[in-house]
Design a protein around this ligand. Structure first.
Ligand code: HPA
Length: 271
């Protein structure tokens, strides 16, 4: 595993002329557009990187974009790997480990999620305060690689408090109202039943999605500071009397992507 991470990192580093990235961005469904704003970009297709898995979902590009955004050196994943695609947790989180190897210390993860909190509306942006792992798996299962992090990582501040404050301040600067809440990670690919959504609400969830949790676990293992933002693309099943579709998810993220981009850029300015 360690050699694979190093070989991936080495390949990526060889493509770079400028400085190495210190901030990682994982861009979820419909939000990959932000990577197009990166200046002096070096774009590397996942298929060219040794040991990298490949992306298969519509709406997800499979490439790294490395360059400058708001004066910060960033590496963006345009498209991520989902557990429901059939990748195991080690593959889903491999890019985070490569980012760490590249020198990334802060990770900003984004996703589309269904709103469980009834006060939310589709199109809201939610700063992730904490998560609940409902995936029934964990990327750190297996022999611990001590070079990468501890056997039993602390998750009491899985989402960095200072980064949350900074994100709230950035939203306030933009006069943008944002939500804050707990993200529940389910495996998918099915959306939830109405009863499951009720359960997740009882458990303390505010939004539910099919990503993010594995990457955030590995980022914490690696000692990175994490900030998460969800785009509430729909209300979760059973909250409104209507079926869910991936088209709705894409449509809503399309509508709010300019706002989302603005927020992330404002956050990056102060990171
Ligand atoms: N449930 C799970 N994942 C999602 C949803 C949802 O309602 N919306 C976007 N991703």
């Amino acid at each position: 595993m360690l050699e694979k991470i190093q070989e991936s990192e080495q390949y990526i580093s060889e493509q770079l002329q400028g400085p190495k990235p210190t901030i990682g961005l994982i861009l979820g469904s419909g939000l990959g557009i932000l990577a197009e704003e990166i200046e002096n970009p070096v774009t590397i297709s996942y298929s060219d990187i040794p040991h990298f898995p490949q992306s298969t979902v519509a709406g997800h590009k499979g490439q790294l974009v490395i360059g400058e955004l708001e004066g910060k050196n960033v590496v963006a994943m345009q498209g991520r790997f989902h557990y429901y695609e059939g990748y195991d947790m080690h593959h889903v989180t491999f890019p985070v480990r490569v980012m760490k190897q590249l020198g990334v210390e802060q990770l900003l993860v984004t996703n589309a999620a269904g709103g469980i909190n009834e006060s939310f509306d589709p199109g809201d942006l939610m700063i992730i305060q904490d998560h609940i792992n409902q995936m029934g798996d964990n990327p750190l299962i297996g022999k611990n690689i001590n070079e990468l992090g501890p056997r039993f990582p602390d998750m009491s501040e899985a989402y960095d408090r200072d980064l949350i404050k900074l994100a709230e301040a950035a939203a306030a600067d933009l006069n943008m109202s944002v939500r804050k809440g707990v993200y529940v990670g389910n495996t998918g690919p099915t959306y939830e039943t109405g009863s499951e959504v009720k359960m997740l609400r009882t458990l303390g969830g505010d939004a539910v999605g099919m990503s993010t949790v594995p990457e955030v676990i590995v980022a914490n293992h690696a000692g990175m500071d994490v900030l998460g933002i969800s785009c509430i693309s729909n209300m979760a099943a059973g909250i409104l009397d209507q079926p869910l579709s991936h088209d709705e998810v894409i449509e809503t993220t399309e509508k709010v992507k300019q706002q989302f981009i603005q927020l992330v850029k404002q956050i990056l300015q102060t990171m």
